[in-house]
Design a protein around this ligand. Structure first.
Ligand code: PLP
Length: 424
């Protein structure tokens, strides 16, 4: 219905753009502007953005400070493309990241820039782990999502995406994520047993790859103790621990890295999405130096280390990460959101909707994709952009910009509440 009403607006896209498009179906208008937590369509209608480019816009749309840095750089004929040559922009990023993020946390990672998407970083990490250990198998977890290129897809649980590959993906064993068998079962015990038992059928893996909060998989968050058990198992067995912080990192859960609360020291960390601060594509791996065993040029790609994105990424580090203000703000706003979401969830007449997540990465589990679909469609009609996730798209995923002001946040939550109550 919504689609039909807007179809004349989308005629060009429907005629010329592949069927594979997704978000333009959920939000069938033509957007032209963004500022902070607000999107505007071509008709001048404004929407509150609780999608934030699926976790890309943690600092909101078009932060003036970042854009000014980008414009100054462009006006000065700064290098835009330099393959992986040394550039001033890259040096500035490396030095500031080391100074602002790594050193205060006692971390000594090396950086590997990959092609600009998250999946590119996942591919490089899997390849490196296999090369470093001489083993082929990888452990991933139920409901994990790591991208849709073939390697990344092999560690992604969702059958809809896996079926599209056209070939079977091998070399990966899926273990139950924290909470998969209910709150009373510690699923890391199954992993421990499977790895200890020579007859379990599980090969000793090269790496374990996990998200500390599963974004696309339904906003399932792992506990500190579960994460620590998985890390201990990795250490005991010489398995590399890869934390995919592509969606949960860059402050989304409060700390810069989503694993800081559990005191983990992953062997490889993956960052992308909000890294550049303003939506420019940029991806990297942080590697423990002992695993930097690549030979020169062994893993390449034309668009590694997008220089303009490095400029804005450096601006984001300087603006938001030299003190604890943003982290404190995320914790505070996350509490406000989860409290309000709980009230909204409980106000649903048929069955109460469950709230999950950490920091400002929260989900409202509606039980069925049908109900969640109705709610997000109603919400869009009322001016809120919010998406769904989970195996059946049954979870409404709330990712407002970390910098959203409280009034706009509450307006967005008001719309959500109204949409939950309307839902027909
Ligand atoms: N890893 C995680 C945790 C993600 O959420 C995503 C994308 O949503 C990816 C990897 C893949 O990133 P991209 O879509 O940029 O390839």
């Amino acid at each position: 219905m919504l689609q039909e009403r807007h179809s004349n607006l989308l005629a060009t896209f429907e005629r010329l753009e592949s069927n594979v498009r997704t978000y333009s179906r959920s939000f069938p208008v033509v957007f032209r502007k963004g500022e902070g937590a607000i999107l505007e369509d071509e008709g001048g209608r404004q929407y509150i953005d609780f999608l934030s480019g699926a976790g890309v816009l943690n600092y909101g749309h078009n932060d003036r400070n970042f854009l000014n840095h980008a414009m100054q750089y462009l006006n000065a004929n700064g290098i835009i493309h330099g393959l992986d040559m040394a550039t001033s922009a890259k040096r500035e990023f490396l030095e500031r990241f080391e100074e602002i993020i790594l050193r205060p946390r006692g971390l000594t990672y090396k950086f590997q820039f990959t092609g600009p998407t998250g999946a590119n970083a996942v591919e490089a990490a899997l390849k490196l782990a296999r090369k470093a250990t001489g083993r082929h198998s990888i452990i991933s977890f139920t409901n994990g999502f790591h991208g849709v290129s073939l390697g990344a897809l092999s560690v992604t649980g969702n059958r809809y995406y896996r079926d599209a590959a056209g070939i079977p993906s091998g070399g990966v064993a899926f273990m139950p994520y924290d909470g998969y068998w209910g709150p009373d079962q510690d699923t890391s015990e199954f992993m421990e047993k499977a790895l200890a038992d020579a007859s379990s059928g599980f090969d000793l893996p090269a790496a374990v790859i996990l998200e500390t909060v599963q974004g696309e998989g339904g906003i399932n968050h792992a506990s500190k103790s579960w994460l620590q058990s998985v890390e201990r198992l990795c250490r005991e067995k010489g398995i590399l621990l890869i934390v995919d912080d592509i969606q949960a990192g860059c402050g989304r859960t409060g700390d810069f890295f989503s694993f800081e609360f559990a005191d983990l020291l992953p062997d490889i960390v993956l960052l992308s999405k909000s890294l550049s601060g303003c939506g420019l594509p940029l991806s990297l791996l942080l590697l423990k130096p002992e695993f930097d065993i690549w030979r020169p040029g062994e893993h390449i790609g034309t668009f590694r280390g997008n220089n303009l994105a490095l400029v804005t990424a450096t601006a984001a580090l300087r603006k938001y990460w030299t003190n604890g203000e943003l982290s404190a703000r995320v914790t505070k706003t996350g509490h406000i959101m989860s409290q309000r979401l709980r009230e909204i969830g409980e106000s649903n007449q048929d069955q109460s909707l469950l709230v999950r997540g950490r920091g400002m990465m929260l989900g409202l589990d509606c039980g069925t994709g049908e109900l969640a679909g109705k709610i997000v469609r109603n919400a869009f009609e009322e001016g809120l952009v919010v998406e769904r996730c989970g195996a059946d798209d049954q979870v409404i995923k709330l990712l407002p910009p970390l910098t959203i002001d409280e009034q706009t946040l509450q307006r967005g939550l008001d719309i959500l509440e109204k949409s939950v109550n309307a839902k027909a």
